[in-house]
Design a protein. Structure first.
Length: 114
């Protein structure tokens, strides 16, 4: 388990589950059912939990192929925008396509195994 003082990226807050959590916390704050400080602790816990789960439990691999539209490197964060992307699962060969894909990649935090 990661140390409590370790900071985690907030990238997954923009995922569908992260957006739902943020919207729910905003509603609870607006209704005066929780304090904003509690909401911030919940979000920090979410950042830690999702990072650890993805790192420790997800073992699926896939390959993808597409056309690179734009890329950027700023503040140790790579952002790639791809067009006409095809994803193929390693086991089973399931294929998924997408018109546009955005990939954000961050430098691993010190002490991380990834």
């Amino acid at each position: 388990m990661a140390a409590a003082s370790q900071n985690f990226y907030e990238l997954y807050r923009r995922s569908s589950v992260g957006s739902a959590l943020t919207d729910t916390l905003d509603d609870l704050i607006t209704e005066h059912r929780i304090d904003p400080q509690l909401a911030m602790k919940i979000l920090a816990n979410f950042d830690r939990a999702i990072t650890e789960v993805l790192q420790d439990r997800v073992k699926a691999r896939l390959t993808f192929k597409g056309s690179l539209d734009t890329y950027r490197f700023c503040d140790e964060v790579w952002t790639f925008q791809l067009k006409n992307v095809t994803f193929k699962m390693e086991n089973g060969g399931q294929v998924v396509t997408a018109d546009k894909v955005k990939i954000v990649s961050c430098t691993a935090k010190p002490g991380s195994t990834t």
